[in-house]
Every structure is written in C-alpha cells, then in structure tokens.
Design a protein around this ligand. Structure first.
Ligand SMILES: C[S@@+](CC[C@H](N)C(=O)[O-])C[C@H]1O[C@@H](n2cnc3c(N)ncnc32)[C@H](O)[C@@H]1O
Length: 240
C-alpha cells in the first residue's frame, strides 16, 4: 500500500488484471465461491429493492451479473453498468445480447472515481466485489453519493476477512486453494491478489465509518456465509 492509494495495486494494474482474466472470470467466480456467489448477488439486489421505473447504476459491473440480477428482480428499470475493463464489458455486452435486454441496460467504460454522470440521477447504486479494488475508497463513496438521488440507496457486496477465530481457521485452510484454482483457469497471479486484497481490506466497522464520513445515513453491514462476504448499505440523506 502506498500513501496515495488504499489498494495493493494501482488502477492501471487492476484494469490490466481484469482484462487478462475476463474470459474465465465467471467460471472462476463460481468455482472459488463454490456456487454461492449467485445467492450473494440475489440477496444484494433484494436489499437494493429496485422498483418499477427506477434508474440504477452498477459500479465495477464486470461481466454484468448484478445488472442481470436487477433485471430478474424488477420490471421497467434502466440500468447503467460501468467498468474500466473493456474485456470484462465485452462479456457483459455479449450476455446482454443473448438475454435481449434492449435499451434497459447500457454498459459504459468508466471509473468509480470519476463517474461520467450528472448529479442526483440514480434511485440506487450497487457494486459487487469492486470496492476493494478502488484506489481511493472514500472519494469513490463521495462520487456515489453525488449521483444518487436524495433518499437513494447504495448497496456494496464485498469479500471480507472473517472475524470469528474458528471461521478464520477454516478460511486460512481454504484460501491457499484459491490461487491454484485461478492458475488452473489461466488467471496467473490475479487470484493470489484476490486473497491478499481481502486480508488488506478494512474490517467491516471501518468500512461503515467510511460510509458515514462520506455522508451516508442508515449505514448497515450484513455478514453472509460466516462473514466471508458482507453487504454494506447506506442512504443519501433526503434533501432537508
Ligand atoms: C471482481 S470484479 C466484480 C465484477 C462484478 N461486479 C461481479 O459481481 O462479478 C471487480 C470489477 O471491478 C472493476 N473495477 C476495478 N476498479 C474499478 C474502479 N476504480 N472503478 C470501476 N470499476 C472498477 C474491475 O475492472 C472488475 O471488472
């Protein structure tokens, strides 16, 4: 970690890494999470609670699975999915074509630290396994707050280091397998980075403090699967 950033690797290294692993990302994701990522995404979108006619943003959309989960759980919504990795977006766009989503979804090349949107336009923002990779996380939260409508909700799904010593023991035994699975699927060092970045990521209370500092209210954290994954949420205060 350097003074200028919160992350182990730079944004550019991150983009190149996701470009490199894009082709096998979905398969690796399913294997490493032992198929649980689908349920985690379902719960994340339950918490977002998308409503008919709403406009949503998925930050670090990758291959688009959270976008498609929003579509599965709602009707007549508009969704923007943004990501700096062209290769990840290419797969998201191919999936959108197969699903024939029409104009409901736009996938755009962009970075969480500089969202190319005017303020207060989204009813909700979601982000899955991306926040850990953002160079300046508090600044990203401020940017998310800016584009949310007053009363709009932010829901972040992220891998977290378990607090319970017994669970941590099981986790420590399992994590050496992750880079091996990744290597088998052609991911090289990316999956070693995954394990290291989870350990380096702030503990849930610090993440919630960051939400408060950025200006969110109703901040909460819901641990899933023994705290190996958490859903953080917060609301942009209603204009007063
Ligand atoms: C682990 S993938 C998660 C993809 C998808 N959200 C999911 O749930 O499977 C992380 C994604 O975040 C993107 N990402 C990394 N840094 C980002 C940033 N600063 N702004 C936006 N997206 C970023 C990466 O390119 C990558 O596609």
């Amino acid at each position: 970690m350097t003074e200028e950033r919160d992350t182990l690797i730079s944004a550019e290294e991150n983009r190149k890494m996701f470009d490199r692993i894009a082709k096998n990302y979905d398969v690796a994701n399913r294997a490493i999470s032992m198929g649980m990522d689908k349920a985690w995404r379902r719960k994340t979108i339950h918490l977002l609670c998308p409503f008919r006619g709403g406009r949503y943003l998925d930050i670090g959309t990758g291959t688009g699975d959270l976008v498609f989960e929003i579509l599965d759980q709602s009707h007549n919504v508009l969704i923007d999915g943004i990501d700096p990795s062209e290769q990840m977006l290419e797969i998201a766009r191919a999936k959108a074509t197969v699903r024939d989503v029409g104009d409901a979804v736009s996938f755009l090349t962009a970075d969480a630290l500089n969202l190319p949107m005017e303020g207060a336009i989204f009813d909700g923002i979601v982000s899955g396994f991306c926040f850990r990779n953002i160079e300046r996380r508090k600044k990203a939260l401020e940017e998310m707050l800016r584009v949310l409508k007053p009363g709009g909700k932010l829901v972040i799904l992220e891998a977290t280091y378990p607090a319970n010593p017994l669970i941590r023991l099981g986790y420590t035994l399992y994590t050496p397998l992750v880079p091996l699975i990744g290597k088998f699927l052609g991911g090289g060092s990316a999956y070693k980075y995954l394990v290291d970045s989870i350990e380096d990521f702030p503990r849930p209370q610090s993440v919630m403090d960051m939400f408060h500092e950025a200006g969110f209210t109703d901040v909460a954290c819901k641990p899933l699967t023994f705290g190996t994954v958490s859903i953080f949420s917060g609301v942009r205060p209603a204009a007063g």
